[in-house]
Design a protein around this ligand. Structure first.
Ligand code: ZN
Ligand code: ZN
Length: 330
């Protein structure tokens, strides 16, 4: 009798949690639909161009040389006609000082004092410097004091600098906008993720002279389909390159909490038992193929070895895996 009562209570609790999650998700979906509809998207009339563009991965899951650190996070150092941009600031999972970000920047000959701006794609732990930062809506470059020049920090949502790197101004950019000549924010695209809830992500587009648009993406929660649709709405130019994370952990991700393989069940709007799988990777490949880019560089921080393999098979010589320390010259 006791067992029946216990099972009945357990079932009722699970049912309630499930119903509550679904209700919350429905509310978030409405908000997402409204925000996408309200975003001002029109052809950018004077986007400008950049003539020289390089992307140097500072933080990612694989590395091209021995003296740098890796983690399941993202930070890319981008040089566009002399302007130095840091897209995201890594995960710093062990709360080190200097962080893997600072360690790798030093090894790769990059200095914070030369940065023109920091661009935060979205507020997830692997992009803002840790879980604590994600929870408190902050970003942190290291677990100790860091001197940042007084540069703008762009974010799709409200974000504060942590006590370790104070004094910078965070600018929230929702709508697509030209940040500098040839450097465009495609604008925030929100998504209702099943477990993570409301997630708003932004990506950078560089208009490279004579070649077209180079997209640099953090985690790709917006979905590559939405990113491509937005980019086509903003530019007449072809998409020349797609670089960064697309969250395709088919067959097993990079982050485990105890026995739980986290990435296939987060970063999707589906229920946890309907994990991200090879079909998602194949759908992303079809979307990328539709714009025929000359270069596809995929981040291993949130895509599995299997997804990397499928991308390599689909794009051949046009494909490369992002590795810390291996400069991508566009
Ligand atoms: Zn993310
Ligand atoms: Zn990520």
């Amino acid at each position: 009798m006791m067992i029946v009562k216990f099972l009945f209570t357990l079932l009722a609790v699970v049912g309630l949690v499930f119903a509550r999650t679904l209700m919350k998700l429905a509310v978030i979906r409405k908000r997402v639909d409204r925000e996408i509809a309200e975003t001002r998207v029109a052809k950018i009339l004077s986007p400008g161009v950049v003539e020289n563009l390089t992307v140097l991965p500072i933080i990612d899951y694989f590395k091209a040389r021995e003296d740098v650190k890796t983690e399941a996070g993202v930070s890319y150092h981008i040089t566009a006609d002399g302007r130095e941009i840091l897209l995201d600031v890594g995960a710093n999972g062990k709360k080190e000082h200097p962080s893997p970000l600072l360690h790798n920047m030093k090894k790769l000959g990059k200095e914070l004092k030369n940065l023109s701006m920091i661009f935060i794609s979205h507020v997830h732990l692997d992009h803002v410097g840790g879980m604590k930062e994600q929870k408190s809506g902050e970003f942190s470059l290291s677990a100790g004091p860091v001197e940042l020049p007084r540069i703008p920090v762009y974010s799709p949502v409200n974000l504060k600098p942590s006590a370790h790197n104070p004094g910078v101004e965070v600018k929230v950019i929702k709508d697509p906008c030209v940040i500098a000549d040839g450097i465009v924010s495609i604008g925030a695209i929100p998504r209702a993720l099943y477990l993570l809830g409301y997630t708003c992500e932004n990506s950078l587009a560089f208009r490279l002279e004579g070649k077209g648009i180079v997209l640099v993406i953090g985690c790709g929660h917006q979905t590559i389909e939405q990113i491509i649709q937005r980019t086509r709405a903003l530019f007449d130019d072809p998409i020349h390159a797609i670089i960064g994370g697309l969250h395709l952990p088919a067959g097993g991700g990079r982050l485990k909490i105890g026995p739980i393989d986290i990435q296939p069940i987060v970063g999707t709007d589906r229920a946890p038992w309907n994990k991200l799988n090879e079909n998602d990777t194949r759908a992303a490949i079809e979307a990328v193929k539709s714009v025929n880019p000359k270069l596809v560089a995929l981040s291993p921080h949130d895509s599995s070895d299997r997804s990397l393999e499928l991308f390599r098979a689909a794009f051949g010589d046009a494909f490369q895996v992002i590795e810390v320390g291996k400069t991508i010259v566009l």
